[in-house]
Design a binder for this molecule. Structure first.
Ligand code: FHN
Length: 586
């Protein structure tokens, strides 16, 4: 086995902390690979389709260790081709690759000297696929990273969550760390060259001390190696929201959303719910505009074959990135904290990239950009220039940029226009009414307050409210109306689709002398990207009128919270997860 000179790795990588994330920020898009023994049952156990994600088979069916171990004897992926997998990531335009070195089933998919339950010792394949992948990644210029399940381990007697083979009371988490996690991390960090990141996951039972110990251990061996947010206790180098989560707004700090191409991570033969390239490209853009990396997963089958629909979708994203990559790689989020009805914005220095999800009107308006514009051109050909005009809305003083999109050519599914500025981008800070007269009040732009001394509710880093469990707490927005009129008011809340929705709360909305009161009901789920895994549950509240142009203040207070029905889970505090208020002209 090839070993790396650790002192050389350390020396080469002694960079300041802020530089550590530079490659990852530049990358914006990565390939996740879930591959393990679970690819053999592929979602079916003893003739029965097992619900939920494929790699959770052992847990869902409470398969005894002795039985599950036998699957290894059938693992012989004849068509595994490291070069082709890495080439697929390349073709997709992905810049890093994260693969499951050990998932929750405890099986090491690499040559682990410290634990015999691994792919070399227990399978007829008897090779280390990670060696080949590490080599190929280096050759093809992709940053190689490992996924490692540091808490859940259903194989080790002291690992978390196997209570059908092992007595919970006898578990010693420190022994698990000592015997399995740390020795295996040492192997992963010394035998495969420089590792971009260890992607830790599901820190459900880990104490802060143990998370910190694992982090220190990694950094001591490879100081430049990133540690994912799911190391737990906020100790990661960047943050992760829930799986497949698309935030409602731009986030503060560094984030990554990991996502599935169908509904599972590990291969399942009957999951054909493939996302189409249009959805995936739009999601990539949406996330980049909010400062979030996209880590998109494939689950190769037991033979080592990447499902054809996954490969097709990834290549379609790559084709789009070939033309439009300048607007994505190394981009910063939009200077505007909110989404636009027409698409999204990414930023690179003094250039703003407008990503249109549909063809814009010939006379297109952007409100709120304070910096003067130098030029507007199509990204796809770099030649087509568009005329523009800068003005100010008389009544509110809002800057308005009007672009004449004569000759606009659509590139499916997202067309990018580069807007070069004369200075650094600066925008009007509050919420503005959009040219289609709509207004959207998002959580992260609200003031959080309370009739009590201190609000118990807070805005979570992921853009949703946390701990909204007290009727004294409220959110308040100030926004600017340019075109007076009457608006239909809708409140949108959400939940993770497999967990209970916290609804039935009585909410009061007040704006000047207007007041609306309703109970949140699942009246309809808004269509769109975000709803697939986090249904956007809309409740209509009635109408509000804004009689004159100018600024308004609106307060949202939950006067009665219905918390009995909404259960707390490992992830959710059971309170109302508020997304936004939509004000739409009638
Ligand atoms: O339980 C795991 C799951 O199997 C999968 O690995 C995902 C990927 O983000 N992480 C956990 C659930 O969040």
């Amino acid at each position: 086995m090839r070993t790396v000179d650790v002192s050389a790795v350390k020396k080469a990588s002694r960079r300041s902390d802020s530089d550590l994330l530079a490659w990852w920020r530049e990358a914006r898009f990565g390939l996740f690979i879930h591959w393990g023994l679970y690819a053999i049952p592929a979602g079916v156990w003893r003739g029965k389709r097992v619900p939920y994600i494929g790699e959770w088979m052992m847990f869902r069916e409470k398969i005894p260790v002795a039985t599950y171990e036998k699957i290894a004897a059938r693992f012989d992926p004849k068509r595994f081709d490291a070069k082709a997998w890495v080439k697929l990531a390349k073709d997709a335009g992905q810049r890093y690759l994260v693969i499951t070195a050990k998932h929750h089933d405890g099986f090491a998919m690499y040559d682990s000297a410290s634990n015999p339950y691994n792919v070399v010792q227990r399978t007829p394949f008897a090779r280390d696929p990670m060696r080949a992948l590490a080599r190929e990644c280096r050759k093809q210029g992709i940053t190689f990273c490992f996924y490692y399940s540091q808490d859940l381990d259903w194989h080790h007697p002291d690992g978390a969550w196997n209570t059908w083979d092992y007595d919970e009371k006898k578990k010693d988490p420190d022994r698990y760390l000592r015997e399995k996690v740390l020795p295996q991390l040492r192997e992963l960090l010394t035998n495969y060259g420089p590792i971009g990141m260890i992607w830790f996951d599901t820190p459900i039972t880990l104490s802060k001390t143990r998370s910190a110990r694992i982090r220190r251990f990694v950094k001591k061996i490879q100081p430049q190696c990133l540690v994912s947010g799911r190391i737990g206790h906020g100790l990661g180098d960047y943050s992760l929201p829930r799986d497949n989560f698309l935030p409602p707004a731009r986030l503060k700090g560094d984030w990554e959303t990991c996502a599935t191409l169908n509904h599972t991570w590990g291969f399942k033969k009957h999951d054909h719910a493939w996302k189409d390239p249009q959805t995936l490209i739009t999601t990539l853009v949406d996330l980049a505009s909010k400062g979030v990396n996209y880590l998109l997963n494939i689950g190769p089958d037991a033979n080592g074959v990447v499902p054809a629909p996954s490969a097709r979708a990834l290549r379609a994203i790559g084709a789009w990135l070939k033309v439009n990559g300048a607007a994505l790689y190394g981009s910063s989020p939009s200077p505007f904290p909110y989404e636009f009805p027409w698409g999204r914005i990414t930023t690179k220095g003094r250039t703003l990239y407008f990503h249109f999800f549909q063809k814009p009107p010939r006379s297109f308006q952007l409100r709120g950009l304070k910096t003067a514009v130098k030029s507007v051109s199509a990204l796809a050909d770099g030649k087509t220039k568009f005329a523009f005009q800068e003005s100010t809305d008389d009544a509110t003083g809002t800057p308005v940029l009007t672009i004449d999109f004569k000759g606009f050519k659509v590139t499916r599914p997202v067309t990018v226009v580069a807007v070069t500025l004369k200075g650094d981008p600066a925008v009007v800070p509050g919420t503005l009414q959009q040219p289609d007269d709509s207004l959207t009040l998002i959580g992260p732009m609200a003031r959080v307050g309370s009739d009590a001394k201190q609000p118990a509710m807070r805005m979570g880093g992921n853009g949703l409210t946390e701990n909204w469990r007290h009727p004294e707490d409220w959110l308040e927005w100030t926004f600017t109306v340019l075109t007076p009129g009457t608006h239909e008011v809708t409140v949108v809340t959400t939940h993770q689709h497999l967990e209970p929705w916290s609804g039935g709360h009585t909410l009061r909305l007040t704006c000047g002398d207007q007041s609306l009161r309703r109970i949140t009901k699942r009246e309809r789920i808004l269509p769109g990207l975000r709803s697939e895994y986090f249904p956007q549950i809309a409740t209509r509240f009635g109408r509000m009128r804004f009689d004159r142009p100018g600024t308004y203040t609106l307060r949202l207070q939950a006067t009665r919270l219905n918390l009995k029905k909404s259960g707390k889970t490992y992830y959710s505090d059971g309170g109302m997860q508020f997304c936004e208020i939509q004000l739409r002209p009638v």
